[in-house]
Design a protein. Structure first.
Lengths: 256, 505
């Protein structure tokens, strides 16, 4: 009986011990990982923010052939007295129109970018530029560039959930980053290119990322623009009886 | 078994021995610092008056040595955290007030450097200007509206007059005929880099509107600036508040600002009446208790509606089970709707099919259960032919109304009608109002008047009557006259707040 008791206790202890995950201590070796904007690093709810960023050349002049979006990356394990390069590599996304290196984006090993993929001496943070190229194919497609950290002589990989980022870009009208789940639920409804075009046509505004960020900072103004496009949609539907405005998938457009 | 208890007791005693004794065994008397010579409040004119105080500071501890500081912070702040500005670090203060006209709090601190003990004393500072106290009359001359200010330095009776203060401050007059004046203490205007509560007076005409800072009469926003996208037709009807919101009816359409969230003091899109955005035309008559959503009336469908400030669509009003008239599609014209109390209103209706049918309705203005008790008016009753009306705000259960050149009263409890005053034959009545001001901290300026405004040639005459048991006293308490025709009058003081006067016609 006594033996059974000891065996049971040992089993429980073993089970408890086995529940412990292996955590990085971050004071052993130098690691690197992506993260939120530096203003948000102490806000836990933003830990997994900015994993995907969208962009469109749609609003730009034809003369603009390249543009850059930035992600935040953080070195872990302390600063260094020397500049430390880090390495990125593309990851194919099954089922997606994957961006083609040199065609849709400047390769990560391009000479012009090598100095950018660097944690400067004395620093632990930098902005990672992704240079997008306005290829003609973007007029008809939206491409995805998923990339991840590749270990090198300076850094090992950091937290697994923060080792990758994704840029989704096109030369067509596309869903701005700020037209997010909250905006969708409470203000603008489900995104569609037809709805987006309708907003632009009726309001004379771009409804791009900057515009939405501007109006969502002021509930009164956000309410105004929502009401404006909602009234325009009602008018459109009233002028087209039996043929309400539908999106590119045939779904009737609704503004909550 | 016994050993186990002994072990437990031993462990418990070892653990409790770890507790530190944090008892306070200092039995000396607490220090008491006394500050005298600072009043509870001061009225100061910005850029003119100084705060001059030399308080007496004593301590019950012998040999106390003090350091001092004075600070100032503003009150009624929304959307920002008020910051205490240190004014100086001496015992006596002689400080020229430069702050804008509104409420501030003066803070005095005295610290005994020997004990570290500090005493804080505060005092309310009402920063005022020549514009912050007096009677404002919105008046119209040659199709343009301006403000006349009647100053009241010591009592409610005016002793001085500054004509056309709006155009003096802003270099222009408002277009159209003076309609109404409304005051709010929490209208958001740009102050520095933030939109903060501002004591603001709205001047509304039948063609224009402006909101001014009551401390300076400087325009904060003109009609176009009051909207994110100004209506193409400028035809203001009314402005009112309710449920932390402002409402503006222009050309029968409702615009709103929800004032509990950050905003820029601009009205949004015209609210829709239904999901089809059908046409509607709200009456200029409305009811608002101030703290909950108002009651509006659509003249096209003869239907009552309510509205929220953050909403994009008017809210339906439901009937009480015992109502004598439906809130929706009641086939009536609304001739008058006014505020009696925060729970009672009265309306006068005319049937659309039979215009000879007129009704006085006692209304319990609950938008979820609107109760209307109707009293059909006989042609012989004076109220039947009334052209203007007013109710006594919280006072006697009476309605005053205008028939021709006569002011009549009607006891709303027993229908008794009585002639109260006949204006001289060469005058025509512009408006009647009941206005009272009962702020106890401003007692010398308290009043309770029935206001009778008339037009006499090119001048206005405003008689302020006191009343006894609901009846006008024979002679007005005072009369003011000026150029033009008066459209509204309001008494302003630093103690007037957004809820001092009911929003009603």
């Amino acid at each position: 009986m006594k033996n059974i008791k000891y065996i049971l206790m040992a089993t429980v202890l073993l089970l408890l011990y086995s529940c412990k995950e292996e955590y990085y201590l971050y004071n052993d070796i130098k690691r690197i990982q992506f993260g939120p904007d530096i203003a948000r690093i102490y806000t836990p709810s933003y830990n997994l923010a900015d994993t995907t960023k969208g962009y469109t050349f749609f609003y730009d002049n034809a003369s603009k052939q390249i543009d850059t979006i930035f992600f935040d990356i953080y070195a872990i394990g302390g600063v260094s007295t020397k500049d430390r390069s880090f390495k990125l590599e593309q990851v194919a996304v099954p089922g997606a129109e994957n961006a083609v290196s040199g065609k849709h984006y400047r390769p990560f090993n391009d000479a012009s970018l090598v100095s950018k993929y660097m944690i400067k001496a004395g620093a632990v943070h930098t902005k990672v530029p992704v240079v997008m190229l306005r290829d003609a194919s973007l007029k008809t497609t939206t491409v995805t560039l998923k990339f991840q950290i590749a270990e090198n002589e300076n850094f090992s990989a950091g937290e697994p959930s923060n080792l990758w980022r994704k840029a989704v870009f096109t030369d067509r009208l596309s869903q701005p980053n700020s037209w997010d789940a909250w905006m969708t639920q409470y203000y603008l409804g489900k995104y569609s290119v037809v709805k987006h075009s309708f907003f632009i046509e009726k309001s004379g505004q771009k409804w791009d990322n900057d515009f939405i960020l501007l109006i969502r900072a002021n509930f009164a103004e956000l309410g105004y623009w929502k009401g404006m496009v909602k009234a325009a949609l009602i008018t459109y539907n009233a002028q087209n009886p039996g043929n309400p405005l539908k999106d590119e998938t045939g779904e009737i457009i609704v503004i909550p | 078994m016994k050993n186990r208890f002994i072990y437990i007791l031993l462990i418990a005693s070892v653990l409790t021995s770890c507790f530190k004794d944090k008892g306070n065994y200092v039995y000396t008397e607490h220090e008491e610092i006394t500050v005298t010579g600072i009043a509870a409040s001061y009225d100061k004119i910005s850029l003119v008056d100084k705060i001059t105080i030399d308080p007496t500071v004593t301590s019950n501890k012998p040999g106390a040595e003090f350091t001092y500081w004075w600070g100032l912070y503003e009150t009624s702040v929304q959307g920002a955290v008020p910051k205490v500005d240190t004014l100086l670090r001496t015992k006596a203060i002689d400080y020229l007030v430069v702050q804008p006209a509104k409420g501030w709090v003066l803070v005095f601190g005295a610290k005994n450097i020997k004990t570290g003990y500090t005493k804080i004393v505060t005092s309310n500072i009402n920063v005022i200007t020549q514009f912050t106290r007096g009677w404002y009359v919105a008046k119209t001359e040659s199709g343009k509206t301006d403000l006349d200010l009647y100053t009241t330095p010591t009592t409610i009776l005016p002793v001085g007059k500054v004509e056309n203060v709006f155009s003096l401050a802003n270099g222009r007059k408002l277009n159209g005929k003076a309609n109404s004046l409304r005051f709010y203490s929490d209208y958001k205007s740009l102050t520095g880099t933030s939109f903060l509560n501002t004591r603001a007076l709205f001047v509304v005409t039948d063609e224009d509107a402006s909101v001014v800072n009551i401390g300076t009469i400087k325009e904060i926003r003109d009609f176009n600036g009051l909207f994110f996208n100004a209506p193409s037709i400028k035809k203001p009807d009314i402005l009112c508040n309710g449920a932390q919101s402002f409402f503006f009816i222009n050309n029968g359409r409702l615009y709103s600002i929800y004032n509990m969230s950050s905003n820029t003091g601009q009205f949004g899109i015209s609210q829709m009446i239904n999901e089809y955005n059908s046409d509607y035309k709200l009456s200029k008559f409305f009811y608002t208790p101030g703290f909950s959503n108002p009651l509006f009336f659509d003249e096209l469908t003869s239907t009552f509606y309510s509205a929220g400030g953050a909403s994009l669509q008017l809210t339906s009003v439901r009937d009480a089970a015992t109502t004598k008239m439906p809130a929706n599609n009641n086939n009536k014209n609304l001739l008058y709707l006014g505020f009696k109390t925060t729970a009672a209103a009265f309306g006068v209706f005319q049937d659309k099919t039979n215009p000879n049918l007129r009704i006085l309705s006692t209304i319990t203005p609950n938008i979820n259960s609107l109760l209307m008790i109707n009293d059909t008016l006989a042609v012989t009753e004076k109220l039947y032919g009334a052209t203007m009306h007013t109710l006594f705000n919280g006072d006697e259960n009476m309605m005053y109304f205008v028939v021709g050149n006569e002011i009549w009263s009607r006891n709303l409890s027993n229908r008794f009608e009585q002639l109260q005053y006949t204006v001289p034959g060469d005058e025509s009545i512009s408006f009647i109002r009941h206005q009272k001001y009962t702020v106890s901290s401003d007692a010398p300026f308290n009043y309770n008047y029935v206001v009778v405004a008339t037009k006499k040639g090119d001048t206005y005459v405003i008689r302020m009557f006191t009343k006894t048991s609901g009846n006008l006293n024979p002679a007005p308490a005072f009369t003011i006259t000026g150029k033009g025709e008066a459209g509204d009058i309001i008494y302003m003081s630093p103690s007037v707040g957004g809820s001092t006067y009911p929003n009603t016609l």
